[in-house]
Write a protein that binds this ligand. Structure first.
Ligand code: NAP
Length: 268
């Protein structure tokens, strides 16, 4: 398994002075993580874009952030590989001087009825979604500075319990449990810890998520999966470790509100 500790500098960095706030986004190469990179860059964060198998997409995310005036690097790391993740966090500290926010968006989905799912697929999925979240959470817990935030991703399907989502929903149930316990373990550290549970979200470039009022139904998902208008909704889940406000949630804590702006997922 390869471990890439060296950051990829895909474009000239705009400033040499140390930025004040630094964020790591795992899964920053694509999807929701990519949108988180965009939003955090717009807010002036220096970014470390974690990726696995999409170097070109990661470079595009970095270049987008740099074009907007932020500093950013891409670092390849399989999130389930503790050595690679340690190197990812090392790279953030070496390049920018610290870590304030970790958005852990990297994850996988595999769908099949429980009776039919190949157990090797289950093992791979849980390695990424459960072990990977644990590994990232360990590093984040050790290194995020006071006033910082850690965000993990669950799924609305933990509550909706759609057929064929058994392995995936089970992995995200583990993410929720882990996140709540991490929040309690970090009490007093002034670090917020939250999991959010989006509904179906089409956040890839060129797609235009729209806000769907109310809970997602099977018909909505059929519509979405067959190429209809992508929907964004959420059953957000969260807990705040230390009472400080946390502005970077995809959706609100409670039922059903996700804002969108300019065709992208809006982080509230
Ligand atoms: N989209 C939805 O409808 C939805 C709904 C509920 C929850 N979620 C959750 O939200 C998060 C983001 O979902 P998404 O749909 O935006 O994902 P996505 O578009 O499928 O992108 C997945 C991201 O995870 C990275 N990744 C996958 N395996 C990895 C590994 N082993 N190590 C490091 N990075 C890895 C990918 O990197 P590379 O491309 O570089 O390999 C990619 O950046 C996930 O946790 C997902 O379960 C998504």
């Amino acid at each position: 398994m390869s471990v890439h500790a060296s950051p990829d500098h895909t474009a000239a960095q705009p400033r040499l002075s140390k930025p004040s706030r630094i964020a790591i986004v795992t899964g920053g190469s694509r999807g929701i993580g990519r949108q988180a990179v965009r939003r955090l860059a717009a807010d002036g964060y220096a970014l470390v874009v974690g990726y696995s198998g999409s170097p070109d997409q990661a470079s595009a995310a970095v270049n987008g952030a740099i074009t907007g005036g932020s500093r950013a690097i891409a670092v390849q790391a399989d999130i389930a590989n503790e050595h690679a993740v340690e190197a990812l966090f090392d790279a953030a500290e070496a390049e920018f001087g610290g870590i304030d926010v970790v958005v852990h968006a990297a994850g996988r989905t595999e769908l099949a009825p429980i009776a039919e799912l190949d157990l090797s697929v289950l093992d791979d999925l849980h390695r990424t979604n459960i072990r990977g979240t644990f590994v990232v959470a360990q590093q984040a817990a050790r290194r995020v500075r006071r006033g910082g935030s850690i965000l993990t991703f669950s799924t609305s399907v933990v509550g909706l319990a759609f057929p064929a989502y058994g392995a995936y929903a089970a992995s995200k149930g583990a993410v929720e449990a882990l996140t709540l316990i991490l929040a309690r373990e970090l009490r007093g550290r002034d670090v917020t810890v939250n999991a959010v549970a989006p509904g179906p979200t089409a956040a890839a470039a060129g797609q235009h998520p729209s806000l769907m009022g109310g809970p997602v139904t099977i018909e909505d998902i059929d519509h979405w999966q067959t190429g209809g208008c992508p929907v964004v909704s959420t059953r957000a889940f969260g807990t705040v470790a230390a009472g400080t406000s946390f502005p970077y949630l995809v959706g609100s804590v409670g039922d059903g509100l996700v804002d969108t702006a300019e065709g992208s997922v809006q982080l509230l």
